[in-house]
Ligand binder design. Structure first.
Ligand SMILES: Cc1ncc(COP(=O)(O)O)c(C=O)c1O
Length: 453
């Protein structure tokens, strides 16, 4: 394989060196003409970023990216939390490339399907079987279908405090963005509150014998109260439903074995994606044999059409995932994510104090998955102040819709970021005092899941 050129990583642009976005602007109008929303993922869209922002990226290395105008940035969240090791991470790229040379898709399964199944199930306690796919939505939807088939029930209970489970109708039908989804489908999904066992119990009481599964993340911004997850599992089992953990974000981040291992609660089914392949398209539904086998060939029950896609086991994505898993195990990646997240958390916390922003700018979540919340003068959640903060970070060479770190965020990257954050928060403070209009250039960002533009 040709040696990958190590890019020259220069200093990010400082505030004194104003960025130019002329190429971004030109490409933006073309993109919106050709692609609804101008992008293939809503959360990467223009309405999620300030007007003064890079609109298109041309390349990345580690945690640095370069936009179409040649500006360099340190990036956070990378690939919607998929790129956990780093952009163009050489061992993973090479593993994928080696596999590509052997062929990417055959008429019979590839051996590597079994290799990755074995490697993945070794790290997920209590899961006996796995089906691979290309994205998280397909595997959470498959979990719901399997639970319905296994229990013979129609209803699904989802945790309403968690933002996303799937692009499919059973979930999107419950959001503001439900145009095109029949009400009859939306009505099959019920909602309960996180850390509120009673709200889940009420659903089971209200719909006795009808709930097939409970779908939730073990944790997002708020940790579970002691024993909550255990009680959820017990409640599911008492009422004949399955517990499904969506580990798309928590998987390989809270712990190598997912948030289920971190919290010591084994669900009946769980779904993984994102961190599995360092940006390559790969996801997995894993679970108990007795349930998963309904998708197989060795039982007398009605067969379940469980994840059968042309590209589901594309060999180079599996090779990328095998290598990613190997690196996670050998190089203590999870520990590193917690450590670097904690370094950033401590530095940003200091800036919050020094800029007197307690109650206005807040850090939320575990160090391995740190996010922030922005509030206005009245302490109310504010998209305008979020936009201002993003704008001021971008001006200083940092793209950070979250503070979610990767294995490539070095101490130097974190320290540079915290300097940019400190300066951005000083502007934030002034905007609170003098009015945001004086500082915000252009319109504020908007929530992804809204009904109208
Ligand atoms: C918790 C959670 N579940 C499921 C998904 C869907 O994954 P994908 O975008 O790969 O379909 C996401 C995506 O952001 C997610 O955050």
């Amino acid at each position: 394989m040709a040696k990958i050129q190590e890019p020259v990583i220069g200093l990010p642009n400082g505030a004194a060196n104003p960025l130019r976005f002329s190429e971004s602007r030109a490409l933006q109008s073309k993109a919106h003409h050709l692609i609804p929303g101008g992008a293939h993922t809503y959360s990467k869209g223009d309405d999620q970023f300030p007007e003064q922002a890079p609109a298109f990226i041309t390349r990345g290395k580690g945690c640095h990216v370069w936009d179409v105008d040649g500006n360099e940035f340190i990036e956070y969240g990378m690939g919607l939390r998929a790129v956990t090791l780093g952009h163009a991470f050489e061992p993973v790229v090479e593993a994928a490339y080696r596999q590509m040379q052997l062929g990417s898709n055959f008429t019979r399964p590839a051996k590597i399907e079994v290799d990755l199944a074995e490697a993945l199930l070794e790290v997920i306690d209590g899961a006996h079987m796995v089906k691979f796919a290309k994205n998280g939505s397909d595997v959470t939807t498959a979990a719901v279908k399997l639970a319905r088939a296994y229990t013979g029930r129609d209803l699904v209970a989802i945790c309403v405090d968690q933002p996303f489970f799937s692009i499919d109708d059973w979930f999107i039908g419950t959001t503001e963005l439900n145009a095109g989804i029949p009400q009859a489908i939306s009505e099959l999904t019920l909602k309960f509150r996180y850390n509120d066992l009673e709200s889940l119990r009420e659903l089971f009481d209200q719909y006795p014998g009808r709930i097939a599964c409970v779908v939730m993340e073990a944790e997002t911004g708020t940790p579970p109260v002691p024993d909550y997850l255990n009680h959820v599992k017990q409640l599911c089992e008492r009422r004949g439903a399955l517990l499904v953990f969506d580990e798309m974000i928590t998987g390989f981040r809270w712990h190598l074995g997912g948030a289920q291992k971190f919290h010591g609660v084994v669900p009946h089914l769980s779904t993984f994606g994102k961190a599995m392949g360092n940006g390559f398209a790969i996801s997995a539904l894993v679970g108990k044999r007795e349930i998963m086998r309904l998708g197989g060939l060795d039982h007398d029950h009605a067969r379940v059409f469980l994840l059968s896609t042309t590209h589901g086991a594309e060999t180079h994505a599996l090779a990328a995932s095998l290598e990613t898993l190997r690196i996670y195990r050998e190089r203590e990646v999870v520990e590193y994510l917690w450590k670097q997240g904690e370094r950033l958390r401590a530095l940003v916390s200091r800036s919050i104090t020094e800029n007197h922003l307690e109650g206005f700018f807040e850090l939320v979540g575990r160090p391995c998955n740190l996010v922030f919340a922005t509030c206005d003068q009245e302490g109310k959640r504010s998209q305008a102040f979020r936009t201002l903060f993003l704008q001021e970070l971008i001006r200083r060479g940092v793209i950070a819709p979250s503070f979610v770190v990767s294995f490539s965020h070095s101490n130097e990257d974190i320290d540079r970021t915290s300097q940019a954050v400190h300066e951005a928060l000083a502007v934030y403070r002034k905007a609170l005092e003098e009015g945001i209009d004086k500082y915000l250039e252009g319109r504020p960002v908007k929530p992804v899941n809204r009904r109208f533009n």
